[in-house]
Design a protein around this ligand. Structure first.
Ligand code: PMP
Length: 303
């Protein structure tokens, strides 16, 4: 399938408070964010005209910006409303949303006190993160080249562009070697997450997932934990050593883009996607469609 470049599509992008034609949503090459990684973003999905966990994503966007020491010159309600309008303006009801905030071109040095924050929201159709056949069999993971930095070394709970540098290098290497994604360890050698999703394992009917102490506590991760607990499934957040892999019967990864995706292999160690994984796929799919975030639900911050 031919790739349509992201800067050469039809549609509208919300940029700094206004909708602009897709191809006009440009920034200058001397933007601070491009040189110093000063950008934070979100990945959000709309299902059947409703955005899943919109407020939680927007809250995280603002928190991420705060962790990178910059403010966003809009209220969270304004961003929520702009997200909904961006979907409507582009005629989409099942789509992926990408809000992003970054430091502009007013100052180009490590110091960035004089920069202004720019904000954009783009939306596009993006049905599945992984190939459908691969999802059925379970995706294949290899070990990532890089480890997640510890929380003392980086703002690890921010969804910050700069933190994805090691993810892209690791994911590219995985794909070149014929895998779907790479599984990253933390600095102590415990299992952390993949390059864009959190991970769960199954052992004797219970779910095990790494404690998110140096990586994103994903919104999908939190949703899956809550769905599982409501269904009476025990969920244990703990340190997971790679040596424990043989003790698990199933494995799956979760994220806004990946949703709930079975894992079939981690570097030669095989899992057969099983009943618990398929059950959670169904429950997650029902949860994202049951969620209601219509424009009318959003209470304006100023009456
Ligand atoms: N970890 C990483 C590195 C990610 O990019 C994502 C996707 N945002 C996640 C975890 C899962 O987060 P969420 O469920 O909030 O999309």
């Amino acid at each position: 399938m031919a790739l349509v470049p992201f800067d050469d599509r039809d549609g509208w992008i919300w940029l700094d408070g206004h909708f602009v034609p897709w191809r006009s949503a440009n920034l200058h090459v001397l933007s601070h964010a491009l040189h110093y990684g000063s950008a934070v973003f979100e990945g959000v999905r709309m299902y059947e005209g409703r955005i899943f966990e919109l407020e939680a994503h927007t809250r995280r966007l603002f928190r991420s910006a705060e962790l990178l020491d910059f403010g966003i010159p809009f209220t969270q309600s304004e961003i929520n409303r702009a997200c909904i309008e961006a979907c409507a303006r582009n005629g989409l009801s099942d789509c992926y949303l990408r809000p992003i905030a970054w430091r502009g071109a007013e100052q180009l040095s490590v110091s960035a006190l004089q920069t202004q924050t720019r904000v954009a929201i783009a939306v596009w159709e993006w049905p599945k993160y992984f190939d459908a056949e691969r999802i059925k069999q379970g995706v294949r993971l290899c070990w990532a080249k890089y480890r997640r930095p510890p929380a003392e070394a980086a703002p690890t709970s921010a969804k910050a562009a700069g933190l994805y540098m090691i993810c892209t290098v690791s994911k590219n290497a995985a794909e070149r070697a014929g895998y779907d994604d790479a599984l990253m360890l933390d600095c102590t050698g415990a299992i952390a997450e993949t390059t864009g999703a959190n991970i769960f394992f199954v052992r004797e009917g219970a779910l095990y997932t790494p404690t998110p102490d140096c990586f994103l506590d994903g919104i999908t991760r939190q949703t899956v934990i809550s769905i599982a607990r409501k269904a009476g499934i025990r969920v244990i957040e703990t340190r997971i050593d790679p040596a424990e892999l043989p003790s698990f019967s199933e494995c799956f990864i979760v994220g806004t883009a990946a949703e709930v995706t079975p894992v079939g292999e981690i570097d030669g160690f095989r899992f057969r996607p099983g009943q618990l994984t398929f059950d959670l796929i169904e429950r997650y799919s029902a949860a994202v469609r049951a969620h209601v975030h219509a424009v009318a639900d959003l209470v304006p911050e100023t009456a």
